[in-house]
Design a binder for this molecule. Sequence first.
Ligand SMILES: [Zn+2]
Length: 277
Amino acid sequence: MAKFSVFKDQESLFACPICQAPMCLDQSSLVCQTRHTFNIAKQGFVNFLRQNKGDKHYDMASFENRSHILAAGYYDPILEVISERLRDLPRYSHVLDVACGEGYYSRQLALEFDKDFMAFDLSKDSILLAARQNPQKNVAWFVGDLAKLPLREHRIDVILDIFSPANYQEFGRLLTDQGLIFKVIPHKDHLKEFRQLLPEAQAYSNQDVLEHFQDSCELLERVMISKTWSMPAEHVQAFAEMTPLFFHVDKKTLDLTSVRQLTVAGELLIGRIKNDK
Ligand SMILES: [Zn+2]
């Protein structure tokens, strides 16, 4: 049982996706009171979805690209700011990483903080990759749908929503009274060097995302994080494979060899769900 102890620690947070009853760990499964049973895969994750709902733009190869880029440290300034802010928080226990992809942030933060981390994604491939890279098994990984998470109400203290879509109604259901949302959104300078290769490209603005955040949340802090990195051609290529900017562009028509550096820029928004909602 020790190998799934992270699920033992966090079993009280789960709700059965079929009947919403509380769940508990029974050997290597999460089981609800009416015996709906979800096995924990040997890699250390639970699949709560009946069918795989992957996105065609996010196959295994793109998760692996992302994994290399993250491991190379280009997103570490963002990780560091999140880490600093978590260090400053007075009291919290449960952190939920929303649409965690291959789980970089949760893995890194779980090494630093002795808190309960859980992380999910809609894609089973990405969760498999995340869990495989977490030999410490100190994050409770699961495959789930942001619109309907198998979690009980008002148990989560911090939601990490890093370059991922939000569902503020669901966030409000999950967060404790004083619970916080850490949302990272792209800054307009993000990968600006790629944008310059596209004659049609419009300047990016994150204003809509920011306004949507402020419709539901009181904005407590907004931190801009930007760094321009010189990088080898294979990393430029990996960024090019990953970015939605190029999803509908024939990459062979782009002169990627002219790109020697890339700017990684985001903004961290820290907020709390408005109570009048
Ligand atoms: Zn059930």
